[in-house]
Design a protein around this ligand. Structure first.
Ligand code: 9MR
Length: 664
């Protein structure tokens, strides 16, 4: 047999397990667990996310790239000069501050090991280009905290040095990074994750130092993982601090039982966590795939508002002729439903843009300025300026307002959840809602009370359940957080129409979960009036039949429906901000749409409006998420009715024609 590096490592690991059985007897209480030993699977041991598409860590041409550098630092705890790899994202600038992921290797590796398994820098560059994660720094240190930290000889002999790394990490590695790079130095901006022995370290150190790390991940964590009761001795104290606890293991991993034990304990003590059991072993594919999933779920608070770029773009080269003086959409649909747009008006909108809003729309949703983060950045600070300006501007023009959004997992600052038990956090939620809804009582017609509370994806099993997102609200208050939010909003303005708003709820398991959730809210007496289907779609991915059925399903619960954030991109995928479709923002404006693209988009909008017309009795409002192809979060994908020069696109005429000249 040819002795590959992997064969050697496997032998070393097997041999090493005996060493560890002596060094860490608790991990071996039930006998040594060799790699390759068949694992016993329980009902929870299922895959939480589909495998990533091929090539996630293959370098792509034509996208911005970050940089990787090897830096040295003086470790006082080890008494040596040590090395670590540092990835900075594309466009890294000292003028901005970044979150940091500390990423740890396995027993046979060192500061270079992740490069062999996943190429984290390429993976991040690709995810950033697709808008699926946030710019972050990734630090890959050497977790063997001893003077000779090379992976030489019997690697298991240095197991104690992996435990000693806790001190090096906290006292030397993190301070070095925070001194040399432009980072946010707080727990919400630090994540700790690792593979195998590094996964064990991440759980051991991360969970012991939740004041330092809010995001913790272990991929096939073993064999050094502490017993679960030592990892999380006080579940109630850990819960509100954990933004994300992510555990994964392959179902062919002979060390699966260790992670299973952690999952079982967390479940028993009701500590929210991700448990992803995929079909791999103790191997590089598992580690790469789970790094891919993990980095898309951390630092959610950093999905910042993006202001539109200054350049104009997206004007079609030879677009089909569109009558710029044709019928006006809000007038055509006046008897059917309202027609809205989203924007932080009047803000920095030009006179021409503001005129466009007034002429074509009769409802406005504030795109960002009423979200908890911008409007209520700390407990005693409110910033009402932009929201007041919007309310005044719309009220003066007789344009109705839909408030967005009271309770959300994103764009919500951490003060809501810090240093407080359930009662304190509930009171903060109540104060937030009461002040905001109360301020605009009688002026804001309807509110998104809770936004995006249901997990993406799902399967036959989750479809039976509410499948709630593991948000800080859920962690702090349990599923009742939704009911209470609706009650508080209703008390603050009994005349306001109250909505649950989400993306992707029109189809599949997420739709089924939305029905479970809405039924429960209604049964519990939550004053809910409507459901918002966001409608972030692309020409190639609209589930028309499911949408048609979904509107009927919601109506049968006695709820109204609105399409709250409609945009149909010419390229890209359907989905929402945190789902697979988070749009790629093309600062160069993207390739201009071809006449065929514009026609396909017009056809898609016409089909959608045919469905909306059919449901006019239950449909209250159709709101476009933005104004033009210049004023859109999916900039470069040309999703809206006006082009970047504020000219009507073929989609505009197709929508008015859908009612005025319906095809047979
Ligand atoms: O369009 C909004 C964009 O400017 C912000 O950067 C982003 C921040 O989270 O939120 C966008 O709006 C989202 C909305 O609030 C909720 N549903 C998804 C929307 C598009 O991301």
């Amino acid at each position: 047999m040819v002795m590959t590096r992997w064969n050697r490592l496997t032998l070393a690991v097997l041999g090493g397990l005996l060493v560890l059985a002596v060094a860490a007897p608790e991990a071996f209480a039930q006998g040594p667990r060799g790699l390759g030993r068949p694992a016993t699977l329980g009902p929870d041991d299922v895959q939480a996310f589909p495998d990533p598409p091929a090539g996630v860590d293959v370098q792509r041409e034509g996208i911005p790239r970050g940089q990787v550098e090897m830096i040295s630092y003086d470790s006082k705890s080890v008494g040596a000069t040590r090395r670590m790899q540092v990835y900075t994202p594309p466009g890294y600038s000292k003028d901005k501050k970044y979150p940091v992921l500390y990423l740890l290797h396995g027993i046979g590796g060192d500061e270079n090991e992740w490069q062999r398994f996943a190429k984290p820098n390429i993976l991040l560059d690709n995810l950033l280009a697709d808008g699926k994660t946030v710019p972050m720094i990734i630090v890959m240190p050497n977790g063997r905290a001893q003077k000779n930290d090379r992976a030489e000889g019997d690697v298991f002999r240095s197991a104690p040095a992996f435990a000693a790394f806790e001190e090096d990490l906290l006292k030397d590695v993190i301070p070095t990074i925070e001194a040399r790079y432009s980072v946010h130095a707080d727990r919400e901006h630090r994540a700790l994750a690792g593979l195998s022995m590094g996964g064990g370290q991440s759980l051991n150190f991360g969970l012991a130092h939740l004041d330092t790390f809010a995001w913790v991940g272990g991929f096939s964590s073993a064999p050094n993982t502490k017993p679960p009761a030592q990892l999380v001795p006080d579940p109630a104290a850990a819960k509100p601090k954990l933004k994300l606890l992510y555990l994964s293991c392959g179902n062919k991993d002979g060390l699966l039982r260790i992670s299973q034990g952690v999952h079982a304990y967390l479940k028993e003590h009701d500590v929210p966590h991700v448990w992803n059991v995929d079909s791999y072993g103790h191997d590089a594919t598992h580690w790469r795939n789970n790094l891919y999933h993990f980095v898309q779920r951390i630092f959610q608070q950093d999905k910042q508002a993006v202001e539109p770029a200054a350049e104009t773009a997206g004007a079609p080269t030879e677009a089909p002729e569109v009558d710029q003086q044709g019928p006006i959409i809000k007038d055509v649909y006046a008897e059917h439903f309202s027609i809205g747009m989203a924007g932080d008006l009047p803000g920095n909108y030009s006179e021409q843009e503001l005129a466009l809003v007034q002429d074509h729309f009769n409802f406005v949703t504030p795109e960002n300025c009423m979200k908890p983060g911008p409007i209520h950045p700390s407990e005693n600070t409110w910033r009402f300026e932009r929201a007041d300006a919007l309310v005044n501007w719309c009220t003066d023009r007789n344009i109705a307002i839909h408030g967005h959004t009271l309770v959300w997992h994103a764009q919500t600052n951490d003060w809501f959840f810090r240093d407080g038990d359930r009662a304190v956090i509930t009171q903060r939620m109540k104060d937030h809602i009461t002040t905001l809804v109360g301020r605009y009582k009688g002026k804001i017609r309807s509110w998104d009370v809770v936004n995006e509370a249901i997990n993406d994806g799902g399967n036959a099993q989750t479809a039976q359940t509410e499948n709630l997102r593991n948000s800080s609200w859920l962690q702090a208050m349990g599923p009742e957080f939704l009911t209470l939010a609706f009650q508080f909003a209703h008390e603050a303005d009994p005349d306001a129409q109250l909505y649950y708003n989400d993306y992707g709820i029109e189809a599949g398991p997420k739709h089924a979960s939305s029905l479970v959730l809405l039924k429960r809210l209604i049964e519990d007496g939550a004053p809910i009036h409507g459901v918002g289907i966001q409608g972030h779609w692309s020409t190639s991915g609209i589930p028309y039949a499911a949408l048609d059925q979904a509107i009927s399903d919601y109506a049968s619960l006695g709820l109204k429906v609105s399409i709250t954030e409609l945009d149909v991109t010419i390229r890209g995928v359907s989905g929402g901000q945190f789902g697979p479709g988070f749009g790629r923002r093309r600062l160069d404006g993207g390739a201009p749409p071809s006449p065929q693209d514009l026609q396909a988009q017009a056809d898609a909008y016409a089909r959608l409006f045919a469905i909306f017309i059919k449901h006019k009795d239950v449909l209250e409002r159709v709101t476009f998420w933005g104004l033009s192809d210049r004023r859109t979060w999916r900039y470069g994908q040309h999703p809206l009715l006006f082009d970047a020069n504020n000219q009507r696109k073929p989609a505009y005429a197709a929508i008015t024609d859908a009612l005025l000249k319906p095809s047979p």
